[in-house]
Design a protein around this ligand. Structure first.
Ligand SMILES: Cc1ncc(COP(=O)(O)O)c(C=O)c1O
Ligand SMILES: Nc1c(O)cccc1C(=O)C[C@H](N)C(=O)O
Length: 414
């Protein structure tokens, strides 16, 4: 079937796409097919004006008064409320602040304290490494606590759960393969054993509907610079289910998480509710592009995002298999619907292929040792982009473009 795909048919799909109009709301360099929105989302046009407003009017004219008049102090909470519907969270449970790594650390400490007498943290061997590193750092300070790894040649979640497990840290979408874990089912399994779950939503927020409240989730963290287009280094989010908030204590007890920061009292007393997960001064300028993007996301139907994401990733996998399978390009991402919005391919010359594609205007990325990743952000990509990307890959592979000597040098960030 896939070999009969014609570009004219794909153009017709693009013309009928209910999300098509969003593409014009992004700045996309001419002649570039941008397939790295799963790492750094594209620039929403509205972000420029919002950045200028924050710099010129709020900072330039408003000066220090903007902490009150422009709502700077309340950014973590207010932007958290803008993001909350995208992860199925009722108000009062999401903050946008700090980074994913820091929020994971805070959530982990809080969760461990909610499960005294249990000493095991279950984590995935294939998690994004910062999650494992932060767990290692956090557990290093606690006698007796240890990590039990699951997945990749280790037991799965069900067989790793028992009465010793305090916390389970899971990625909703695997950063490497794009595999999607059933959030509701894994949460249910962990809760049945009395464990708490911390979800890393970095690769699912903005890529598919997420429903934390409905799943009875405990904690979640994630970044906003991928599918949410918040810009490089935009602040991350943390979700704490309301039922845990009163008892939850996080370790980074900075003054913005204090009950009354401007009383300048000597002892730390946590703020009520989710605000106790704040640490210190919000990175005000970094919220600006994210606010503009989240304003746009309020108009987006996540069901349409999911449908288009499955269509684009499915088309890409079909075309790669039919046109490049024989040349040794292997699709790693699950073919059924248990996938997020990026596709991973394997080839012995993956790095060179990614570099050669970039020289042909198709941007993807490489993850050692041999994986190429291509992210399909449904708000600004078209079916025809998929076609063009595969055509460029066919040409690069047919000409063994990876043999160019300049591709032997790798930059620091891949
Ligand atoms: C799954 C996952 N978790 C965490 C991170 C890192 O978070 P940060 O560097 O923003 O703390 C990333 C991406 O960098 C990621 O893909
Ligand atoms: N956060 C990143 C960074 O600080 C530098 C370069 C890339 C990133 C990324 O976001 C990579 C991404 N999380 C990944 O899945 O590989």
């Amino acid at each position: 079937m896939t070999t009969t795909v014609r570009p004219e048919a794909l153009a017709a799909l693009d013309a009928a796409d209910p999300l098509a109009a969003f593409r014009d709301r992004f700045h996309l360099p001419r002649d570039v097919v941008y397939l790295v929105g799963n790492s750094l989302g594209a620039l929403p046009e509205a972000a420029r004006a919002r950045v200028a407003e924050v710099v010129d009017r709020e900072w330039g004219d408003g000066l220090v008064g903007s902490w009150n008049t422009a709502g700077w102090f309340d950014k973590p909470r207010d932007v958290g409320e803008l993001l909350a519907p995208l992860i199925g969270a009722a108000p009062g449970q999401v903050l946008v602040c700090d980074t994913t790594s820091l929020n994971l650390y805070k959530a982990l400490f809080a969760a461990l304290a909610l499960r005294p007498g249990r000493e095991v943290v279950v984590a995935e061997a294939h998690a994004f490494p910062t999650d494992l590193y932060m767990i290692e750092g956090a557990l290093g300070t606690r006698e007796g606590h240890r990590t039990r790894l699951i997945g990749r040649d280790a037991p799965d979640l069900a067989s790793a759960l028992n009465e010793d497990v305090a916390v389970v840290v899971l990625s909703h979408v695997d950063y490497r393969t794009g595999a999607l874990t059933d959030l509701a089912e894994a949460t249910r399994q962990a809760r049945a054993h009395g464990a708490l779950v911390i979800w890393d939503l970095c690769h699912s927020v903005g890529a598919l509907p997420v429903d934390l409240d409905a799943a009875g989730a405990d904690f979640a963290v994630g970044c906003t610079y991928k599918y949410l287009n918040g810009g490089p280094g935009s602040p991350a989010f943390v979700y704490v289910a309301r039922r845990h908030q009163e008892a939850a204590r996080q370790p980074l007890s900075g003054w913005h998480g204090h009950r009354a920061p401007f009383e300048f009292a000597v002892g730390y007393e946590p703020a009520a509710g989710i605000d106790r997960f704040r640490t210190s001064t919000p990175q005000v300028l970094s919220y600006a592009p994210l606010e503009a993007s989240l304003g746009m996301w309020r108009e987006v139907d996540l069901g349409q995002v999911r449908a288009k994401s499955l269509a684009l990733t499915g088309l890409f996998m079909d075309l790669v298999e039919s046109r490049l399978g024989a040349a040794g390009v292997e699709v790693v991402t699950p073919r059924d619907e248990r996938r997020g919005s990026h596709v991973a391919l394997r080839h012995e010359h993956s790095y060179g292929i990614v570099r050669a594609l970039a020289d042909r205007g198709v941007l993807g990325d490489f993850r050692a040792p041999d994986t190429m990743r291509f992210g399909f952000a449904p708000l600004y990509l078209r079916h025809l982009d998929v076609w063009n990307a595969v055509a460029a890959m066919e040409e690069a592979v047919a000409t063994r473009a990876w043999e160019r000597p300049e591709y032997a040098n790798r930059p620091t960030v891949t």
